[in-house]
Design a binder for this molecule. Structure first.
Ligand code: CP3
Length: 345
């Protein structure tokens, strides 16, 4: 059952809704797992990544670690965007120090026809993890649910693994545009079912990760990505949605018209220019270069304060411009988080 405990810290929700907040809220993409030695310690004991994702108790523990250790203003459920291809019928493995690998990939119309549209029940381990985490958080901070954007999921389903160019996935767009839309539509329907289930399980916010947005041309992006993100935003209206499209600087104006609360910026997107392009209504999230956290404490503090000033006092959720890198020291992350939390306009 959904746990309905009032939030003690709802800064992020209020910022997403465009309400005034006492200070800028802060969290980090990819804060759960990856960087914390506390995560690695539990992970070593437990085995494979997928087993962890499918264990609600483990997912709950790792989701809350950054709230305790880093002091962030939100938790993000420990899972992966690749649970959707798996639920649709494409099994993946997470290969140690290499990344995801799919045994079977999508090559033809019949491969697409063989995929199922994922239903809430197919991903009950994620919704169970959300329920457990909501109850364990006990209202301390909001819990963010998430999914990959259809284009990014499509890219993994065609390519079968990570890639610098995702040229196989792009080739499919150019050579099989009709089939591409069929696949994107199936992913979109699955994602909507999945996100609705996350909302029902108690997620307080939703983020859509379009990690491979930046490899498409503006025309392709409108046709093969934004259209489907738009459909998701129009379906998930129960709570604030954030759209983070890495590298899609060329689509900022169009993103301003999406039916969502927040647009995530990467560090290549100039802040004032982004505000002008996206317009005054949306909350903006981001956008510090993750590599800043390799710098010394003084530099991190100075650059973070500069960033806060450029975004201004409201309609901003502080974050990095992409996920935190696995080899960043946690004290450097804390410095970024503390600087945001101590800063007042
Ligand atoms: O944000 C969080 O902390 C919540 C958990 C989360 C994970 N993956 C856990 C994970 C989230 C939000 C994701 C999203 C995700 N997964 C994205 C979109 C965000 C982005 O960074 O662009 C993408 C592209 C993936 C696919 C994926 N998962 C890859 C390419 C890899 C391997 C490289 C790596 O470490 O990120 C993963 C594995 C993965 N997902 C790990 C974690 C903690 C590391 C696996 C391990 O512990 O061995």
């Amino acid at each position: 059952m959904q746990v309905n405990i009032p939030l003690q810290n709802d800064l992020i929700i209020r910022a997403a809704k465009g309400e005034k907040t006492e200070r800028t809220p802060v969290w980090l993409m990819r804060q759960a797992g990856r960087i914390l030695p506390e995560y690695r310690a539990v992970r070593e004991k437990m085995g494979g990544f997928k087993e962890l994702v499918k264990s609600p108790e483990f997912a709950c523990e790792v989701t809350i670690q950054p709230v305790d250790i880093l002091g962030v203003d939100a938790a993000i459920i420990f899972s992966d965007i690749l649970v959707i291809p798996e639920a649709m019928g494409l099994n993946y493995e997470m290969v140690e120090s290499k990344g995801p690998w799919f045994e079977k990939t999508i090559k033809s119309r019949s491969d697409i026809d063989a995929l199922i549209i994922a239903q809430a029940d197919d991903l009950s381990y994620v919704t169970d993890a959300i329920k457990l985490t909501k109850s364990a958080l006990n209202g301390r901070v909001p819990l963010i649910g998430f999914a990959g954007a259809p284009w990014t999921i499509f890219a993994y389903m065609i390519e079968g693994k990570g890639s610098k160019t995702f040229s196989l996935a792009k080739k499919f767009l150019y050579t099989n545009p009709v089939e591409s839309h069929l696949l994107l539509d199936k992913i979109t329907q699955s994602t909507i079912n999945y996100l609705k289930a996350q909302v029902l399980a108690g997620a307080d916010m939703i983020q859509i990760f379009d990690s491979w947005a930046g490899i498409l041309s503006p025309e392709q992006y409108a046709q093969f990505s934004l259209k489907y993100i738009d459909a998701i935003c129009n379906a998930i209206t129960e709570l604030p949605v954030t759209v983070f499209a890495k590298g899609a600087f060329f689509a900022r104006k169009e993103m301003g018209a999406l039916n969502c609360a927040t647009i995530g910026l990467d560090w290549n997107m100039e802040i004032k220019e982004s505000r002008l392009l996206i317009g005054p209504n949306k909350t903006l999230q981001g956008n510090m270069d993750p590599c800043l956290l390799y710098a010394d404490f003084k530099t991190i503090k100075k650059e973070t304060e500069e960033m806060l000033k450029l975004f201004g006092p409201h309609k901003h959720i502080a974050n990095l411009g992409h996920g935190v890198y696995p080899d960043i020291e946690k004290d450097k992350v804390r410095c970024f988080v503390d600087t945001v939390k101590e800063f007042r306009f």
